[in-house]
Every structure is written in C-alpha cells, then in structure tokens.
Design a protein around this ligand. Structure first.
Ligand code: PLP
Length: 392
C-alpha cells in the first residue's frame, strides 16, 4: 500500500503548466491528513486551523465519514434525481431536522454558488420582482447571480456585461438603511449571518431580526447564506439558530459533506410546495456519495457533541489568542477573525513556519481561523504558544 512518504520519493509533478493561474498558492503540498493535521511532502505535520476554506468539518481521515463514503462508493457510486434513493431521503431528512424549525424541505446541489443561485432564482421567480438587497462586505459566490450580490465583485471580477437583476448594497448592522432600501420591487434580502470572506464579521442578532421583520412586511424573501458559517461552525446547527431568526431560504455547502462537493437550499414547506417538475435541476446534486457523507457529517456532529466542542474551544480561542500580534477577535464559533498589528499575510506566514496553517481574508489586517469542528484543547494550546512567539 502507498504511504505518504512515497510522495517524497517520487519525482514531483508541478500543476502550474496544466492549470489556469488564478490562485496564489501557499508554499507546501499536503499529501495526507489525519485528524486536524496535514502531512506535507517533506514529512512535516501541519496543524490545520483553516480546514480547506471551512470544508474539512470533521478533519481528515475521520473513521465514520471515510467508512460511509467507501461503503457507498462500493454499493452505488451515482444515480441522478431521475430515480428516488433512500440515501438521499436519509440525508435530506437529517439536514431538515438539523436546520432551524420551519425549514423542512431540502434541494441538494453541489456548491455554495449553486445553492445561492437557486435561492435567488426562487425568490425572483416566485415574486416576479427584479431587485435584491445585499450587504456591504458580503461574499456569495462566483456565478452571475451570486457575484451580482457580492460586495466589490462588479469592480474587480464580475466580467459579465450586465447584472441578472438590480442590486442595492446596504451597510451592515444599520436597520434604518435597510428599511430605506426596502420596497415593493425587492424579491429578496441576502445576508451571511457571519460574513466569512470579509474576515469573520458577525452581523448583530438585532439586525438579523430587523431584516426578518422588514422582509415579511414588504413581501420579500429573507435568504441566509450559511455556506461558510453553517453546519455547526457557528457553534449552533446554523447561525440562524444562534440569532433565533428563521429565514425563508437558507443556503449551505462547504462543510456539509466534510470534503465532498455538496450544497443545499433549505426552505419552508410553503416555498417548496410552489415548485414543480422542471423548476430547478442539477445532475450531480443529491448524488448518493455526497448524501452518504452528509448523513455521516450530521450524525457525527450530533452524536459526538461537536457543537458544544465548538462553543467551548471558541471561547478559549477568543480569550487566549489575544497575544503576540493579535489585538482583537471577531466572528463566532470556529469562524474567527483575528485583527493583527501587521498585515495578516505576514502572521499567516510566520505561523506556517511554526507548522500552523491559517488563512487571510478580504480585510488585510484580519487573519481567519476555520478549523475542523473536531479541534481539541491541545491544538488551541499549540496556536496560542505560536502566536505568543511572534513579534507584534
Ligand atoms: C458565504 C459564502 N457563500 C458562497 C460561497 C461560494 O461557495 P462555492 O465556492 O462552494 O461556490 C462562499 C465561498 O467561499 C462563501 O463563503
């Protein structure tokens, strides 16, 4: 059987000549993973506090997730939505039960952008309205509709000649500005309850409640984009639960299947009942492999009390990471933004030299932590010790 060290012995093939140069990459290559550690080509163990952009919810090589994927791959790798599948029923049932009360129906897709694209489509089509309100700082994905509601995309990388609908951006945490922007032409208000790419900016619960009320008053749908902050990362099943606010549509992806591509639009019965054959569609979404992984991820979060783990260790991180170059900490659960005295990229590099992987964000002074939900106390100690060593 091949071992991680075989990679070291074999000549390394570089991906750059064959791929498109759109990603700045870090200077190490992981070849294996175990728990919350990555093993790189040189045999270095790296503590992963970034989780592959929040995807590795159960870390690496999790026995239950790995077994579920392997068993499903051997039994039935793929069938589309043209046939019913019990594993799809089980995944959808588990996800609906995990979602905030009142969101009982699930449309399974492959990614965060696909989830948001479908949520926005549902909102526009259902209402016949042509404007969407989004928040400054928000990131919702790279498809046409998702990038239309992503703050700053139009100036930097949108690329299409026009938007699919009108968009009004409003400042975060300003209910009066949201009230002023609302109107009879607004199909939806889309909000990340904790803005991930912006640097783990937590939107206040009061604001989320105001958005709920204003959307209801104006007949607009409220969409929570929990692609990054959902599926336990906030320390609650969804950040909506922490705020006690139920949106009309909730989108999620990233950690949902622990590493396999999967996303979902979770909605009320009323919205689902208005949809019929052909209104939405996808080939790979709801495939058996992803569904087996979704079922395993949700069952593991529930049965091994990972929400409690996230809340407890998040409190430790928030308190103890205020050391070295860190001056303040924002965000929630395991989606934390550490404000740094120097550019966050410098701190990320200094941590990587000490064997710890972290991420940057849209804010050059915010370092982002998105560790697997299976993090342990010793990993927090390791990060805190490393931060303490770094010059402010
Ligand atoms: C909040 C949020 N929404 C949507 C997306 C897009 O997800 P994907 O890259 O899976 O399309 C992301 C990705 O970072 C995200 O953070």
């Amino acid at each position: 059987m091949a071992t991680p060290m075989d990679h070291k012995r074999s000549a390394r093939l570089d991906e750059a000549p064959y791929t498109v140069p759109v990603y700045p990459q870090l200077p190490f290559e992981p070849v294996a993973g175990e728990g919350v550690y990555l093993l790189d080509r040189d045999g270095r163990r790296i503590l992963d506090m970034y989780g592959g952009h929040a995807v590795a919810s159960l870390g690496y090589g999790h026995p239950r997730l790995t077994a579920a994927i392997c068993e499903q791959a051997q039994r039935l790798l793929f069938q589309s939505n043209v046939v019913p599948l019990e594993i799809r029923a089980r995944a959808a049932q588990a996800l609906a039960a995990f979602a905030p009360p009142g969101l009982d129906r699930v449309f399974l897709v492959n990614s965060g952008a696909e989830a948001n694209e479908n949520a926005l489509r549902i909102a526009c089509r259902r209402s016949g309205r042509g404007r969407v309100i989004a928040l400054e700082g928000g990131f919702h994905g790279r498809s046409a509709a998702c990038s239309a509601v992503t703050w700053g995309a139009a100036e930097r990388w949108y690329g299409f000649p026009r938007m699919p609908f009108d968009v009004s951006f409003v400042p975060r945490d300003d209910p009066a500005a949201l009230g002023d922007a609302m109107g009879a032409d607004v199909a939806a208000v889309i909000i990340e309850p904790i803005q991930g790419v912006a640097g783990a900016v937590d939107i206040s619960h009061e604001y989320l409640r105001a958005a709920r009320n204003l959307s209801a008053t104006h007949g607009s749908l409220l969409i929570f984009d929990e692609v990054q902050c959902g599926v336990g990362r906030s320390g609650y099943p969804f950040a909506a639960d922490a705020a006690g606010v139920t949106p009309d549509l909730l989108t999620t992806a990233k950690g949902l299947a622990g590493g396999l591509p999967a996303g979902a639009v979770i909605m009320t019965d009323a919205i689902a009942e208005e949809l019929g054959p052909g209104d939405l569609g996808t080939t790979f979404g709801g495939g058996p492999l992803a569904c087996a992984a979704i079922e395993a991820v949700i069952a593991t979060i529930r049965e091994t009390h990972l929400l409690e783990n996230v809340r407890r260790l998040s409190a430790r991180l928030r308190e103890e990471c205020l050391t070295g170059p860190v001056t303040s900490i924002q965000g929630g659960g395991f989606l934390l933004g550490l404000r740094t005295t120097r550019p966050a990229a410098e701190i990320r590099d200094a941590l990587l030299e000490r064997g710890i992987l972290t991420g940057t964000s849209g804010d050059p002074r915010i370092l982002r932590l998105l560790p697997p939900l299976v993090l342990e106390d010793s990993h927090v100690d390791q990060l805190v010790n490393a931060l303490t060593e770094i010059q402010p």
